[in-house]
Ligand binder design. Structure first.
Ligand SMILES: [Zn+2]
Length: 292
């Protein structure tokens, strides 16, 4: 049985377990109700298009190539086949089968991750048989040596503003409740209210590394800055820059729109700051970077 097939089987197994799991007490029932969707239920599939590489697909989903290799043994040699399908996890990491009787704490210790984070990422389930371990520095089946962060990985801070005038924050960074669905989710950026068509500008000098449609983000622009920092501008209407282009602070990137799946009904710019780490590009609270 191939690993991919086994993974699919395990995913469906987890689905069944999730439905039948009995909370141990009312406290855990409450935790389950306010927990994010388990990582194993959030896998996507990606069909490889002409011109794509393992690296470009990994970049598109904000993952490390080693994560894609862990989930898709067919790309072990580093190359992808046009038309084939890849399993895309929601973040860097790998899937493990847990021997019966182990606790979240034991699994967390084994893979050197925080037990509470592991519990939440897996949907706060009591029954742990198949677990998604975030990170990806180690793989139980095939160790992949992760390249250590560059020596100058300490983020160099800067300030700027992605709109021409100060905007109201309709949804801040961090754990939030979706106003439409009532679900708890992690908001990886800030939502800045602005009318559709408002100019969106670069927060700092950098290079455009993504300028295209990207699922729930809609029309998305990503800029890489010095100091291993990255800014992201989502739900845009128009994109006025292209990949590889160098921009300065204040340069026009595009316009506010409503593409993708914006949270809330008022038009806004979803703005993110990310920093490069061993876990990939990790979302930071943009508050400290935003200054007009
Ligand atoms: Zn948002």
């Amino acid at each position: 049985m191939t690993f991919t097939y086994r993974l699919l089987l395990l995913c469906s197994l987890v689905g069944t377990v999730g439905l039948t799991a009995t909370p141990m007490n009312s406290k855990s029932a409450h935790a389950a109700a306010s927990c994010p969707t388990p990582a194993l239920s959030r896998f996507q599939r990606h069909q490889v298009n002409r011109g794509e590489t393992l690296e470009s697909i990994a970049q598109r989903y904000n993952l490390r190539p080693s994560t894609l290799i862990n989930m898709n043994p067919s790309v072990r040699n580093g190359s992808v086949t046009v038309g084939s399908e890849l399993q895309i996890p929601p973040y860097n990491g790998f899937v493990v089968e847990v021997p019966s009787g182990q606790t979240w704490r034991q699994v967390a210790e084994k893979y050197e991750v925080r037990a509470d984070a592991l519990f939440e990422i897996n949907g706060c389930q009591q029954d742990l048989r198949v677990v998604f371990v975030p990170g990806g520095n180690v793989s139980p089946s095939r160790p992949i040596t992760a390249s250590p962060p560059a020596a100058d990985s300490q983020p160099i801070s800067f300030t700027g503003y992605p709109l021409q005038s100060a905007a109201t924050v309709s949804l801040p960074y961090g754990w939030q409740i979706n106003p439409t669905t009532g679900e708890v989710f992690f908001h990886s950026g800030v939502d800045l209210l602005a009318p559709v068509g408002s100019a969106v500008q670069a927060i700092a000098p950098g290079t455009i590394v993504f300028a295209n449609d990207q699922g729930t983000y809609g029309q998305l622009i990503i800029i890489n800055h010095s100091g291993n920092l990255q800014s992201r501008y989502a739900h845009l209407g128009e994109i006025k820059v292209s990949i590889g282009q160098k921009v300065n602070q204040g340069d026009l990137l595009g316009t506010v729109g409503r593409t993708g799946e914006p949270t809330g009904s008022q038009p806004h710019l979803h703005f993110e700051m990310r920093s490069s780490s061993g876990l990939g590009w990790v979302a930071e609270d943009p508050k400290g970077f935003l200054k007009q």
